[in-house]
Design a protein around this ligand. Structure first.
Ligand SMILES: Nc1ncnc2c1ncn2[C@@H]1O[C@H](COP(=O)(O)OP(=O)(O)O)[C@@H](O)[C@H]1O
Ligand SMILES: [Mg+2]
Length: 272
């Protein structure tokens, strides 16, 4: 073979070797990428499976909550009857009162769970906010520490289009939080007023207040600083406000807390 031909062959061989080295490198890179994508896919599958399981658990929790509701309702009636029977035996009546209180706590927990699981839609009807406040105050009666006062006052118009059931749950959660934060001798005041076509509801307490680092997180589901808290109360409050197309504001200075809720009074401004 002539020297020139050998050189040509060598060149061709070198080009072939370079190309096959590059191909090998690219193949290795592709393999790495496939491995990475496989890992990502497995992670996404795990996430989907977890989401599916959580959704199923949510559904199951809602179904159980419904099932617990009925016997709980009967228990509430019987406990109230028992309390009435025992008016002449104050010590025993106090014990029956504990049963009623426990039932109310469970009922509120169930309502919050059901609302949280279903993200509430507001069914608007003409509602008298004063009546809703009176109902809610009645529901928390007996939970106050000594000398704690619950006051309310409504200025001007009290009727507007809203979902009474949802509003009751909202006020109940705000009242329970306020009562938890209060020391003996404190007070919680609810005021309402119609300002520029908006129903403004303010729930103010003279309790321990909320620290600045917690203020951003109090509406997050499951955020709680209480030992036995569920962290659902304010998440529900916030979703009830959204369901009415309203807004909520909180102000706290370490010597008390105010929640200011603004809801549009005319249905045309409402989302539902
Ligand atoms: N009126 C209030 N005064 C002081 N802290 C409050 C008040 N309302 C809410 N908080 C704080 O916000 C947290 C979340 O409240 P919430 O969602 O109702 O859950 P929970 O009552 O189960 O703790 C409470 O744990 C508490 O730290
Ligand atoms: Mg609460």
């Amino acid at each position: 073979m002539a020297g020139q031909e050998v050189d040509l062959l060598n060149d061709a061989f070198n080009t072939f070797r370079d190309a096959s080295e590059k191909l090998e490198q690219q193949y290795a890179l592709l393999e790495q990428r496939i491995e990475y994508l496989n890992g990502e896919l497995a992670e996404k599958n795990r996430y989907m499976e977890r989401t599916r399981r959580l959704a199923a658990m949510g559904e199951m929790a809602a179904r159980i909550a419904h099932e617990i509701r009925n016997p709980l309702g009967s228990m509430a009636i019987f406990a109230t009857l028992l309390e009435r029977e025992l008016t002449h035996e104050p010590e025993k009546m106090k014990l029956a009162g504990h049963i009623t209180k426990g039932i109310k706590t469970l009922d509120n927990l169930l309502s919050n769970m059901l609302l949280f699981a279903s993200s509430p839609a507001a069914r608007l009807k003409s509602v008298d906010i004063k009546e809703v406040i009176e109902d809610s105050v009645l529901l928390v009666r007996g939970r106050e520490k000594d000398n704690v006062k619950i006051k309310y006052s409504c200025e001007g118009r009290t009727a507007f289009m809203a979902d009474a059931g949802l509003l009751r749950q909202l006020l109940l959660n705000l009242l329970l939080n306020a009562l938890d934060a209060l020391d003996e001798g404190g007070s919680v005041t609810i005021t309402t007023a119609v300002i520029d076509g908006v129903m403004e509801i303010v729930v103010r307490d003279t309790g321990m207040g909320i620290s600045p680092e917690h203020l951003d997180r109090i509406f997050d589901p499951f955020f709680s600083t209480r030992e036995r808290g569920t962290g659902l109360g304010l998440a529900i409050v916030s979703s009830v406000v959204s369901a009415h197309g309203g807004s909520i504001e909180v102000a706290s200075n370490g010597r008390g807390t105010s929640f200011i809720i603004r809801l549009p009074i005319s249905p045309s401004n409402n989302v539902c």
